[in-house]
Design a protein around this ligand. Structure first.
Ligand code: ZN
Ligand code: ZN
Length: 331
């Protein structure tokens, strides 16, 4: 059954005549989540989870034509029954389930198994064919529990506070930033870059309440930042900016921090391996739980992960996509 085909424009559902996270302009795009490598400009129409609507509009344009679905509700598109299910990656992230003539395919988009406390937790969706990401599809990537990492982060911030230093976190504006705001809430005043404030505002339009933050201004009196927390996206982080902040100490929060010699690690004072993607065990758990008889691996360490699944006796292949091209969110 050819429910999904893998085309130059993206993952295509032929009977439904729609694409999933296409990288070229198409008529109908189903969007798993609002990171830039999945939600691109130029689609005639978008379909996504309710929570992604204000985020997509804020990131792409207020004028896009967008339809939305809540988790678990289905829609008939040319005889294909389509529904969205929580992927646990960022707010509004969804797995796309398609059913046609009794055959079920699921595209996970980006996902994590761990409940981060702010995103609707991942749900297993049974299927015949699974398209899974594999950003961290190597056995070296095994996350410690969120509680363990958060304890380390809190200790780091408290130590900086004792020394009147500013704890500067690098985090992507959508996803990681909100997770950090939630996890660091109560430790001190949290200042955020304007691009993060913009994402917070879009998320709050869904009725989701985020802890209080203050927008970081280039011309603000930097002395008030002493002992406080500042969150800046990687694109806005620079040595010039850090120089203006008295006693700035920096931390990167990313799955890549699992590898100590990492170039990104060396650029910061601290690194915390906290990721919005599934680790090796999480990927395996999700693939096995799906019960899929055909698995297509994309986005990350595709070859080693697919090879391992085949060694386990599963039927896995690799599909080339353009996910992960922008590093936005792939942490
Ligand atoms: Zn991605
Ligand atoms: Zn993502």
């Amino acid at each position: 059954m050819e429910l999904l085909s893998y085309t130059k424009k993206g993952l295509f559902c032929k009977p439904g005549n729609f694409y999933i996270d296409p990288w070229q302009p198409v008529y109908k795009a189903v969007i798993t989540h609002s990171h830039a490598d999945h939600a691109r400009w130029g689609m005639k129409s978008y379909l996504c989870h309710d929570f992604s609507v204000p985020i997509l509009k804020s990131r792409i344009s207020e004028d896009i034509q967008v339809e939305s679905l809540t988790y678990g509700k289905s829609l008939d598109i040319n005889g294909v029954k389509l529904s969205l299910h929580p992927a646990g990656h960022i707010i509004g992230s969804a797995q796309v389930r398609m059913e046609y003539k009794g055959y079920v395919a699921v595209v996970t988009g980006d996902y994590k198994i761990v409940d981060d406390g702010i995103t609707t937790p991942f749900e297993t969706v049974k299927c015949h064919e699974l398209v899974t990401e594999s950003t961290f599809g190597l056995p070296v990537f095994r996350w410690k529990s969120q509680n363990t990492i958060v304890t380390q982060m809190h200790e780091w911030v408290k130590n900086n506070q004792r020394n009147r230093k500013t704890s500067v976190f690098t985090a992507y504006s959508l996803g990681k930033a909100q997770r950090l705001i939630n996890l660091l809430n109560g430790l001190g005043d949290i200042y955020v870059h304007s691009s993060i404030a913009q994402m917070n505002a879009a998320i709050e339009l869904n009725g989701i309440h985020l802890p209080k933050t203050t927008v970081f201004q280039q011309d603000m009196d930097k002395k008030i930042l002493a002992g406080q927390i500042l969150i800046i996206p990687p694109a806005a982080m620079s040595p010039q900016l850090l120089k203006k902040i008295p006693g700035a100490v920096t931390a990167i929060c990313s799955g890549w921090m699992q590898i100590r010699g990492n170039r990104r690690w060396q650029a910061a004072d601290a690194g915390f391996a906290i990721s919005d993607h599934a680790d090796w065990d999480g990927l395996l758990t999700a693939v096995k739980a799906s019960g899929a008889e055909k698995i297509m691996v994309t986005h990350g360490y595709t070859e080693p992960f697919a090879r391992y699944l085949n060694e386990l006796g599963m039927n896995a292949g690799v599909v080339q996509t353009r996910f992960g091209e922008e590093t936005d969110g792939d942490q």
